[in-house]
Design a protein around this ligand. Structure first.
Ligand code: THU
Length: 132
């Protein structure tokens, strides 16, 4: 979205990252979503001793978003990695439930290395409700 305050959004993602529960992978992820009403929601990854129950930061942020505005205008992700990471396939599909292909997704490392995509680049030919 034009006019997105990316610094504010990345700050929210970083604050969320610091709350990650990732004792198994030790890969701490934070995500923040700017909603179309101007509000910001965030999420961190929450792992479990039963590994498959892990929920990614992005999907936890989407869960928070659904309580309010429901429509994402921009997504920021922060990872404690050398390279910025894109959202996983499952999170891309969940984002596509609410956002359109022009949704901007940016990922940063704490050192400030950044990558940028649109949701359409990350998940071309998304399966959505329009097919049924
Ligand atoms: N993870 C996320 O939170 N988001 C992604 O898009 C990729 C993976 C988390 C899940 C798990 O807690 C850890 O990163 C390692 O896979």
């Amino acid at each position: 979205m034009s006019g997105t305050d990316w610094k504010k959004l990345f700050d929210a993602a970083e604050a969320a990252r610091q709350r990650a529960h990732a004792p198994y992978s030790k890969f701490h992820v934070g995500a923040a979503i700017l909603c179309d009403d101007g509000s910001t929601v965030s999420g961190c990854n929450v792992e479990n001793a039963s590994y498959g129950l892990t929920v990614c930061a992005e999907r936890n942020a989407v869960g928070a978003m659904v309580l309010g505005a429901r429509r994402p205008a921009a997504v920021a992700i922060v990872v404690d990695s050398r390279e910025p990471t894109p959202p996983c396939g499952m999170c891309r599909q969940v984002l596509a439930e609410f956002g359109d292909s022009s949704l901007e997704v940016r990922s940063r490392t704490p050192a400030g290395k950044e990558a940028r995509w649109t949701l359409g680049e990350l998940l071309p030919h998304a399966f959505t409700q329009k097919f049924f």
